[in-house]
Design a protein around this ligand. Structure first.
Ligand code: EPU
Length: 421
């Protein structure tokens, strides 16, 4: 027995959609809360399974979690205790590794299972480990668990070989209470990193340079509780923009920071989409014009986001000409293309890229979401396909998209969930 999403394709959408708080900020802000002495309140929390898994981990640590509303969490770590994190909740998502930096910073000791999350090809964490070691920690790995400890965690100058989002955040979390100054060079510049630094600074941390490639953290003695509102999810906003463009719909995207997805909107404009970009909204105007093929290459921010590469592919099947998609972050992030081929897409898959010939008609079929953004790609495809698309593996989608069914139905899409054998 399995839950699937069934979509009746071919409907044009209309109306507005409000974007939720950013998943990839939320999943770091929640572990960051354990660094405080008092309650941390976060609003704009997306209602996604990753938040449930992180809340479960907080409860194991005896952090009191109050969910006043689905998007409003209060976390009180004043009576927390540091226990070994070997629960299955840790393996349900990637971001559980942020407890490494946070618990190491607070207690000088953490034992935690290897985290899980989407398989996008190899996802090593060597840069996180190198950062902790440079700060004076020892790191051991046995029976699927990391043990990281330090009697005296101190500041260090750390150069990241790759601008890793996860390593940048994890090192920041370890450094805020460490002794002295930590400098992260070649740091990632994603907006989510600024959001984490902003919340940590509200808690009393001393972080400068977040959003640039050099971040400086001067350790402080303790951190207090705070109130923080999460930035909008640029990947969710981008996914809805793509859905609107693919289905020739009129859609207004609200609660978005357009600058965060300029690499996407510039490509949509190049393809011929009709967009009106406001201060915190983007309007996609209905257009019957055939879109033009474009090439995309994923890059760290502000380049084209790898997380939007997958949802963008079904849109390219509707564009005239040959488009080449290259993923420089995750060379194997192309499983969605196999599912799209099943639906009629004309895609060739040389190593590390996809070559899409369009326009082609897509037909509903049984397809499987093998990871979160593959699921988003299949929803985009299902919305424009002829007939019914049955999407399996929906738990991947529920890990990262807040009430996506409700939001789509409100825009006029025809979809529902069903339990199938
Ligand atoms: N990398 C290493 N060593 C490391 C860390 C990373 O070689 O120690 C490599 C990775 O294998 C990858 C590249 O560096 O090739 C970038 O990885 P990064 O660390 O930046 O990715 P991440 O922190 O694991 C976050 C998002 C991903 C998003 C990537 C890239 C979270 C929880 N996840 O992952 O989001 O794709 O950054 O922007 O923030 C998603 O939301 O669907 C998702 C997968």
């Amino acid at each position: 027995m399995e839950e699937v999403i069934k979509i009746e394709g071919g409907r044009s959408l209309s109306g507005s959609v409000v974007i939720s708080g950013a998943k990839n900020a939320t999943v770091a802000l929640i572990p960051a809360a354990v660094l405080a002495q008092g309650p941390v309140t976060i609003t704009g929390v997306p209602d996604i399974a990753d938040v449930d898994s992180l809340s479960r981990i907080l409860e194991l640590l005896n952090v009191k979690v109050f969910r006043k509303a689905p998007d409003h969490i209060i976390m009180d770590p004043s009576e927390m205790r540091n226990i070994d994190l070997e629960d299955d909740a840790v393996t349900k998502l990637r971001a559980s590794y942020y407890f490494m930096g946070a618990l190491l910073g607070k207690y000088g000791y953490v034992r935690i299972k290897m985290s899980g999350g989407c398989y996008l090809g190899p996802r090593p964490i060597d840069l996180h480990i190198k950062g902790f070691e440079a700060m004076g920690a020892t790191v051991d790995y046995d029976r699927g668990c990391y043990t990281i400890k330090s009697d005296h965690l101190h500041g260090a100058r750390i150069f990241l070989d790759i601008s890793s989002v996860g390593a940048t955040i994890n090192i920041m979390l370890a450094a805020v209470l460490a002794d002295g100054r930590t400098t992260i060079e070649n740091a990632a510049k994603e907006p989510e990193i600024i959001d984490i630094a902003t919340m940590l600074n509200k808690m009393g941390a001393n972080i400068r340079g977040a959003g640039t490639n050099v971040i400086t953290i001067d350790g402080v003695r303790e951190l207090s509780g705070c109130f923080h509102e999460i930035i909008p999810d640029r990947i969710e906003a981008g996914t809805f923009l793509i859905m609107a463009a693919a289905s020739a719909s009129e859609m207004k995207i609200l609660n978005v920071i357009p600058k965060h997805i300029e690499s996407l909107t510039s490509k949509l404009l190049e393809m011929g989409a009709d967009l009106e970009i406001g201060i915190d909204s983007i309007l996609v105007r209905r257009s019957k014009k055939l879109l033009k093929a474009v090439d995309i290459t994923t890059k760290p921010y502000p380049g084209f986001a790898t997380d939007l590469q997958q949802p963008f592919t079904p849109l390219l099947t509707q564009a005239e000409g040959i488009s080449v998609v290259t993923d420089t972050i995750y060379k194997e992030r192309f499983k969605h293309c196999i599912e799209l081929q099943r639906m009629g897409a004309n895609i060739e898959l040389p190593t590390g890229s996809a070559m899409i010939k369009g326009p082609t008609k897509l037909y509903g079929d049984k397809v499987t979401a093998t990871d979160l953004r593959c699921g988003a790609a299949l929803i985009v495809a299902g919305l424009i396909a002829d007939g019914t698309t049955e999407i399996h593996g929906v738990h991947h989608i529920d890990r990262g998209y807040d009430r996506i069914d409700d939001k789509l139905r409100a825009l006029g899409a025809s979809l529902h969930r069903e339990i199938v054998e």
